[in-house]
Design a protein around this ligand. Structure first.
Ligand SMILES: [Zn+2]
Length: 78
């Protein structure tokens, strides 16, 4: 996904909303301590599809995550 490959990790590390909203993954029973960990934990598509097999994930949650990703895009060069 292009949005994800274009993410600026420095911005991700300052995106506290990610940590607040997704810092605990109830599906994996795991606590994530930094924004980077949150991002790397939630981003793989297998993770989302694994969750979806067991729990209905609301579109709202997905939207919040994707908004964070959008806010953390690299500046377009040129
Ligand atoms: Zn998880």
């Amino acid at each position: 996904m292009e949005l994800i490959s274009n993410v600026d990790m420095e911005k991700v590390e300052k995106c506290t909303q990610l940590l607040i909203e997704f810092g605990g993954c109830i599906y994996c029973d795991q606590w994530l301590l930094t924004e980077r960990e949150v991002f790397e934990h939630w981003i793989p598509e297998e993770h989302f599809s694994k969750i979806r097999q067991q729990h209905p994930v609301s579109q709202e949650r997905t939207n919040i995550f994707m908004r964070c990703v959008e806010m953390c895009q690299k500046e377009k060069s040129g």
